[in-house]
Design a binder for this molecule. Structure first.
Ligand code: ATP
Ligand code: MG
Length: 275
């Protein structure tokens, strides 16, 4: 037997082996459903912490949660046009997002899933207008998220777009706004940092972006007091150790926009510890 023939028969044997041992379609579906059920227990999903933001009267954007069924995730993951456009569960989510423009009475809104926004690809993910191709935004957010994490999203989230004063734009369109991440455990804030790390900025639309970033790195005492009060309260209700993100609006008011378990959150080397 020539070496070429021997290689071909080895490859055939390997392909046969892989086919015999590959999980069936039913087995794959059962695994996906089990993964979805496990995903729901992740404390970082918005539905697991947002109730405590509301209960404590902390300023937050008007928010609508739209269930994101497992069928919708599966349809996107197939990377197949027929599956993507033929999924009726995805149709329903798309229609619900489109209705939100009227419900909120706005022409532009913020879109994310229960865990992730895709802020680095702003115009293809989290920033939506009445003219946006919402189906594509749903696909892009889901796809980017699943490239990073084994956890399935439970919801799509439509939020009022907070009016901000960006100091510049980066990543091809993301507004860079004053924001702070506080760390609080069981009702006590113990550290904070400016939200955007300088070494994460790419493709800024101005040369003096580093100075501009520096200019938004400090909060006023009044902003600090309000953010600490909010982070204290929300973590006293939830218990546990959390990162709590606040966005500062164009008038200087902080809005609580996001939370995550502290041990799974980015910690800056410049984080300031509070006594
Ligand atoms: N309602 C909103 N209005 C305007 N801008 C927003 C709003 N919500 C979020 N943003 C902007 O988008 C960014 C990402 O939002 P968010 O924190 O909800 O997403 P994320 O993907 O969970 O981010 P992170 O990686 O910080 O966890 C924020 O830091 C802020 O700049
Ligand atoms: Mg987040």
């Amino acid at each position: 037997m020539s070496s070429k023939q021997s290689m071909t028969s080895k490859l055939d044997a390997m392909a046969e082996h892989a086919k015999r041992n590959a999980p069936s379609e039913d087995e794959l579906l059962a695994r996906t459903i089990a993964r979805f059920e496990k995903s729901k227990k992740d404390p970082n999903h918005i539905e697991n912490w947002f109730h405590a933001v509301i209960a404590n009267g902390i300023r937050h954007p008007k928010t609508q949660l739209i269930p994101f069924p497992i069928e919708a995730t599966i349809a996107i993951l197939k990377e197949d046009q027929d599956a993507f456009f033929g999924c009726k569960e995805l149709d329903e989510v798309e229609q619900a997002v489109k209705r939100a423009f009227d419900t909120f009475g706005k022409d532009a809104l913020f879109l994310k899933n229960s865990l992730y926004s895709g802020k680095h690809t702003w115009n293809r993910t989290c920033h939506i207008t009445r003219d946006s191709n919402i189906r594509n935004h749903l696909g892009q957010i889901t796809y980017e998220w699943l490239m990073r994490s084994p956890v399935y999203a439970t919801h799509m989230v439509v939020r009022e777009l907070i009016e901000t004063a960006p100091v510049f734009h980066a990543f091809g369109g993301t507004p860079i706004v004053q924001e702070f991440r506080l760390f609080a455990k069981d009702g006590k804030t113990y550290a904070y940092q400016a939200y955007w790390p300088a070494n994460s900025i790419l493709d800024a639309d101005t040369n003096d972006w580093a100075q501009k970033l520096e200019s938004i790195s400090e909060a006023t005492q009044q902003q600090m007091d309000e953010m600490i009060k909010g982070a204290d309260r929300v973590t006293r209700t939830l218990r546990g150790d959390w990162s709590v993100d606040f966005l500062i609006d164009k008038d200087g008011a902080p809005w609580l926009i996001d939370m995550a378990v502290a041990s799974q959150s980015y910690i800056s080397p410049h984080r300031i510890e509070l006594s």
